[in-house]
Ligand binder design. Structure first.
Ligand SMILES: C[S@@+](CC[C@H](N)C(=O)[O-])C[C@H]1O[C@@H](n2cnc3c(N)ncnc32)[C@H](O)[C@@H]1O
Length: 182
């Protein structure tokens, strides 16, 4: 859970804003986002959402689109989702469409993570891959940085070698980002 990380960046955003939780899954951030923002909308890809416990307010279609008007949201949260989107540029384009000018995107991606949500697991991003992709898609990068520490990385490698899957150490230095629509 990256609640504390997200809350730090919410200070950039007007509390009266509306937020889209893009790829909401089991909705781990739903309560936190509802508490902070005036309006909360969850969206998830219909095909993969059936394996999750919560249905979203709206579905994301095969072209990564959602049925909402242009410039509806002030913030989009996209947590551990980009790796599941075969054509991430389509998703970034749609996020741009539904964001107000100057709106924010806050998200995370894993780096060293076993395949999950199979077969809908397509990418692992590097720092430089994300940087170029966000810039190419017209976002200003407010923050792009790693999450986690060396101990976590070491523990993960250790657990892999010995096939001991210690849950808290599974994710290795995931990246997080904060973008502003130019
Ligand atoms: C690892 S879960 C993350 C869920 C939640 N955001 C979180 O942080 O716990 C990945 C999510 O991506 C969604 N997903 C998979 N393919 C997608 C796609 N093409 N477009 C949007 N979301 C997708 C899944 O339905 C799932 O909710």
């Amino acid at each position: 859970m990256k609640s504390n990380l997200f809350i730090k960046y919410f200070e950039l955003i007007d509390k009266r804003a509306s937020v889209l939780d893009y790829g909401s899954g089991d909705g781990p951030y739903k309560n936190m986002l509802k508490a902070y923002f005036k309006e909360y909308t969850s969206a998830d890809y219909q095909v993969t959402n059936q394996h999750h416990s919560i249905r979203p307010d709206i579905f994301i279609d095969d072209n990564q689109q959602v049925n909402v008007d242009d410039q509806t949201f002030t913030c989009v949260v996209i947590s551990e989702v980009l790796e599941h989107i075969y054509k991430p540029h389509n998703a970034l384009n749609e996020i741009k469409r539904v964001l107000v000018p100057g709106g924010y995107v806050i998200g995370t991606v894993p780096f060293f993570m076993w395949e999950h949500e199979k077969p809908y697991d397509f990418h692992r991003y590097t720092y430089f891959g994300l940087k170029r992709m966000f810039k190419d898609n017209g976002f200003e990068i407010i923050k792009l940085d790693y999450v986690g520490d060396t101990i976590g990385v070491s523990a993960y490698c250790f657990s892999k070698v010995f096939s001991v899957f210690i849950k808290p150490f599974r994710k290795i230095k995931p990246l997080h980002f904060v973008l502003k629509l130019i």
